[in-house]
Design a protein around this ligand. Structure first.
Ligand code: LLP
Length: 424
């Protein structure tokens, strides 16, 4: 262990990864005003805990930060990061727009009371049914990914519908290739020449009102420069009323990550907008991960501690059933024992699933982890529960919102009956 590693494993370093207001009290972790281990006792494990106070604060930081820099603007939360009715409600209450990718997220957004006038529909394979649902609900903006979207919408729309064209900006990003989307040959959107031709075509459409352009270069991006380059790339298509610049700002998952702040990111995109876009245009952004990742933690229970040939395994009661980030993208997480925060020896945290790839964290400092302890994995608010699955009959975890000492169940844990419920 280097001295950096020791600092990294410290209680303060861990707390710095957690939602603001998290603290250590007598060696025990407190999140949202509640002891993490007590939340585990009350709601069981694994469980996703979202600090609602922190989430609302981030929503406001984004909205005020963007409005201060570019008044004609809007923040549209990318709901794929944590599609859950209660979270849609929170975002709607905060006045944000919401991006829905397909019919399922649309249903949840509407159930969460989000005004359809603030909805943006995405997807590279939107079906007739999904487009009809969106048209019927009055979704304000549909983002056109391909010419089949246009054909479908011209057939299905009975009144004027606002649309944006998704453009491939041909911008490289240093992120995992599975979540990069700004490159040539991306499956999302149209390259500039095709987009230009479609602009001309839509100018003649009597049903589809072309409001502007959309661009999204990828996710977990830790440098602001490519966002600015994407603005320059779409500006080449001419002047429009609306530019939706997508999401993509990275979250701070590990002690060694230093992503740009929300403000750095907003400075970069509005700076580029001032250089390249018309001053009267409306700017939209679609943050997902950077909105919610850092407001969430996952609580697990330690089931076994076992010495291997060269490492000691801490096996927990979840794993790739509730967190695919590690196996899909090699994402690193940090963790602590809930009631003994900071320091300790290095352990490998593994899940309960039947494959060696089901490893949550390689080499993480933990203080005397023992069977029955609650383990807290930090920064799991985004995409973890989104992609939760039933591998090995795992029951998808509950989502619990904590708010200044109050905890409420937003989504219950799946039950064994649920696993049988769809049998025909
Ligand atoms: N807008 C569009 C059109 C998107 O496709 C996405 C993410 C976002 C906004 C939000 O991006 P964010 O701010 O969250 O980076 N399953 C992957 C993440 C895929 C992201 C897909 N699109 C994961 O678990 O990391």
């Amino acid at each position: 262990m280097t001295s950096d590693d020791r600092v990294n494993g410290s209680a303060q370093a861990l707390v710095d990864l957690l939602p603001p207001g998290s603290r250590v009290d007598g060696g025990r972790l407190v999140i949202g005003g509640r002891f993490a281990s007590e939340l585990a006792d009350e709601f069981g494990t694994p469980a996703l805990i979202i600090d609602e106070t922190a989430l609302r604060a981030r929503a406001r930081r984004y909205a005020h930060g963007l409005a201060a820099r570019w008044p004609n603007s809007g923040v549209v939360w990318a709901s794929k990061s944590l599609p859950c009715t209660a979270i849609y409600r929170v975002m709607g209450e905060e006045g944000l727009g919401v991006d829905v990718a397909g019919g399922g997220e649309l249903v949840m957004a509407l159930a969460g009371g989000v005004d359809p006038a603030r909805l943006v529909l995405h997807g590279n394979a939107k079906t007739d049914r999904e487009l009809s649902m969106a048209l019927e609900a009055g979704v304000a903006t549909i983002v056109i990914d391909n010419l089949d979207d246009v054909a479908r919408l011209e057939r299905l729309a009975t009144r004027e519908q606002g649309v944006l064209i998704r453009v491939i900006p041909d911008v490289a990003t240093a992120t995992h290739q599975a979540i990069a989307t700004g490159h040539q040959n991306s499956k999302f959107g149209l390259a500039v020449p095709e987009a230009r031709a479609l602009v001309e075509r839509l100018r003649g459409s009597d049903r589809l009102r072309l409001d502007g352009l959309h661009v999204h270069i990828g996710s977990q991006i830790l440098d602001v420069a490519p966002f600015a380059r994407a603005v320059e790339a779409v500006a080449a298509l001419g002047e429009f009323d609306v530019y939706d610049l997508g999401g993509g700002l990275g979250a701070r998952y590990t002690y060694d990550d230093h992503p740009p702040s929300i403000e750095d990111y907003l400075d970069a995109i509005t700076g580029a907008a001032r250089r390249f876009l018309p001053a009267h245009s409306r700017l939209l952004i679609e943050p997902g991960r950077s909105m919610i990742a850092e407001t969430g933690v996952t609580l697990y229970r330690v089931v076994s501690v076992k010495r291997g040939a060269s490492r000691t395994f801490v096996a927990v009661d979840g794993g790739m059933g509730d967190n695919l980030e590690v196996s899909l993208y090699g994402q690193r997480f940090e963790a602590t024992v809930a009631d003994r925060v900071g320091g300790g020896d290095s352990y490998t945290v593994v899940g309960r699933h039947c494959e060696s790839g089901d490893q949550l964290i390689e080499s993480v400092p933990l203080r005397e982890p023992a069977v029955g302890d609650v383990l807290v994995v930090a920064v799991t608010g985004a995409y973890c529960l989104t992609m939760a699955n039933n591998y090995n009959g795992a029951l998808r975890p509950p989502i619990v919102l904590v708010d200044s000492g109050e905890a409420r169940l937003a989504v219950r844990r799946e039950t064994y009956e649920d696993l049988l419920r769809r049998d025909a």
